[in-house]
Design a protein around this ligand. Structure first.
Ligand code: PLP
Length: 371
């Protein structure tokens, strides 16, 4: 049984949100038990957001409703042609109990860029931000407070129209779900081993590499399984000129012995908000950032000559993680020195310090969600 609440006042986006409370919401004790050991992506909060879009009506009927299965016509275009995009960001609880998120306008803008590439309608930033606030208004208690824990927010959009012809769908749905997340590295950050995939590509020139779309992930699963067989946690993909692209879901940065940071420039990679922020913090420290094409041979030769002393990967889930070893079919790069890992971890500390409210937010990156 659910209880309908009266309609609420129009929000910044000018839409009237409806909230249908989950009458089967977890009890405080059940929720606390989950928050004590949430893992990642296994438990979901009591509610979800959905907003409809149609060619005729535009964005309409924004609502918060009990979390649960979605009813979908078997002919829904997303199930056949993968017209789908998503985002990932986190809600952080600060020491005073308030709830914040990090650079949500950047996620809103990236969702719009992904939408454009996948012929989906662009969700206005105001509706995106409202959706985060509306969900936190009912599920704020799901934001954990232990060190480095968060509530992972997963906005996504897909083609809902039941139609097997191939063209952009005329009916689309935007959803937001949320999942409490444990600290990514409970015992302290550990370097990862990376497998260099040369048999498979993640994206191609003019493809969908710069869009956050499920198909890019689907095509990374087989090489990811190869990596796991070789004892590696992640895969590194190259473009067809042997330039670095990125890992399956994280961007890469190389560190030189004089403290320069080199990161791939390419229109076939997903521009991470974590990478952008980490590199800004590095520039604030007076470090030089080179955003340019960088080949696997430059990394290999630089590591051999001592010019490149380390590398790290970055993304919302793990924030920053040093790369200990890159394994390829016929060679290996090993980074054992401490300097690069120390730089990576110190940038990581500064960024998480901002996110958790311990370090001054001098770039205005934080947005409060519960007020
Ligand atoms: C989401 C994502 C990233 C990291 O982006 P952040 O905004 O830092 O979380 C990197 N690569 C891919 C392929 C991604 O999907």
């Amino acid at each position: 049984m659910t209880i309908d609440l009266p309609l609420q006042a129009p929000t910044a986006a000018g839409l009237i949100w409806q909230t249908v409370r989950n009458a089967d919401a977890k009890s405080d004790a059940e929720r606390e038990a989950i928050l004590a050991d949430p893992g990642f992506g296994q438990h979901f909060t009591d509610h979800m957001v959905d907003v409809c879009w149609s060619e005729k009506g535009g964005w309409h009927r924004p609502r918060v409703s009990p979390y649960g299965p979605i009813q979908l016509d078997p002919a829904a275009a997303v199930l056949h042609y993968a017209q789908e995009i998503f985002e990932g960001l986190k809600a952080y609880r600060h020491a005073d109990g308030s709830i914040w998120t990090f650079r949500p306008e950047a996620n809103a803008a990236r969702l719009q860029r992904s939408a454009k590439r996948m012929a989906l309608p662009e969700l206005p930033e105001s509706i995106f931000l409202d959706s985060l606030r509306q969900l936190i208004a009912v599920d704020g208690a799901w934001v954990p407070s232990a060190d480095e824990t968060s509530l992972y927010l997963r906005p996504f959009m897909f083609a809902k129209e039941a139609f097997l012809g191939v063209r952009p769908a005329k009916k689309v749905a935007y959803y937001l779900i949320a999942s409490p997340a444990a600290a990514y590295f409970p015992g302290g950050v550990k370097p990862v081993n990376i497998w260099l995939s040369t048999d498979y590509a993640r994206a191609g020139k003019g493809g969908t590499g710069a869009a956050k779309t499920g198909g890019n992930y689907a095509s990374s699963l087989l090489p990811q399984a190869e990596a796991a067989e070789r004892g590696c946690q992640q895969v590194l993909f190259l473009d067809d000129e042997r330039n670095l692209e990125e890992l399956g879901g994280m961007n890469v940065v190389l560190v030189t012995k004089d403290g320069r940071l080199i990161t791939p420039e390419s229109d076939s990679i997903l521009e991470g908000i974590t990478r952008d922020s980490i590199l800004q913090l590095a520039r604030d420290r007076g470090l030089t950032v080179e955003h340019r094409k960088v080949s696997i041979d430059e990394w290999r030769e630089g590591a051999a000559s001592g010019e490149i002393v380390g590398a790290f990967a970055c993304g919302t889930a793990a924030v920053v993680v040093p790369i200990g070893r890159l394994l390829a079919e016929d060679f290996e790069i090993v980074h054992e020195g401490d300097a690069a890992a120390e730089l990576a971890l110190s940038l990581r500390d500064e960024l998480t310090g901002i996110q958790y409210g311990r370090v001054e937010d001098r770039h205005g990156w934080m947005t409060r969600l519960d007020a």
